[in-house]
Design a protein. Structure first.
Length: 202
């Protein structure tokens, strides 16, 4: 977008990125690490990749916590054929499908630095862009606690942030009948106001 800003009439100072679930994870990671040497492609390391703001819908904030959360969810639906004792990691009995092993290349205990690098919460600093966070309090895939922790870190770093936790709301609430869903409509209203604030900033 920045490379083609003049072609599409884009204001380089007013680019906002966002996403939902895995897309939200990528948006936060991109927005919080615009010049990180390990996360920036070689061909754009000389480009200012910073953004004006981020809109985040129900995405993984802490991948270590997310790994164990998803593993527990899979395990509850696919109990192991043998009892799991205290000396056996329950993750070893869970299929790799849907886990972060494939994405990151291993278990959190084996590659902790990789999991930390890929976790948006690790990269909070005073230069992070204003962030709007949406989360359902009944989300079984991505719990609300890490999002609330991220919000606290942002506030402590003096980053403008808004954290909206919807009661009795599940993962992907914005995808199911968004035109008539009160929760989805409420989130859209908040996005509209957030973008207006960013537009009038400074």
């Amino acid at each position: 977008m920045k490379a083609n800003a003049s072609r599409y009439g884009v204001n380089l100072e007013k680019i906002v990125i966002g996403g939902g679930s895995a897309g939200e994870h990528l948006a936060l990671l991109a927005g919080y690490t615009p010049q990180h040497p390990d996360l920036t492609p070689e061909d754009v390391k000389s480009v200012d990749l910073s953004v004006c703001g981020i809109v985040s819908y129900c995405g993984p904030i802490d991948l270590v916590e997310g790994y164990h959360r998803y593993t527990e969810l899979i395990l509850s639906k696919n109990p192991p054929s043998v009892p799991i004792g205290k000396d056996i990691e329950f993750e070893e009995k869970v299929p790799h499908i849907g886990r972060l092993d494939i994405l990151l290349g291993g278990h959190p205990k084996d590659i902790p630095d990789t999991f930390q690098l890929a976790s948006p919460a690790t990269h909070v600093n005073p230069d992070c862009p204003p962030t709007l966070l949406f989360q359902g309090d009944k989300d079984v895939l991505v719990p609300a606690e890490p999002t609330c922790t991220l919000f606290t870190k942002l506030v402590e770093s003096s980053v403008p942030a808004i954290n909206v936790v919807f009661t009795w709301t599940e993962h992907g609430f914005d995808l199911l009948f968004p035109c008539i869903s009160p929760t989805a409509q409420s989130a859209l209203y908040d996005v509209d106001r957030f973008l207006a604030l960013l537009l009038n900033k400074d």
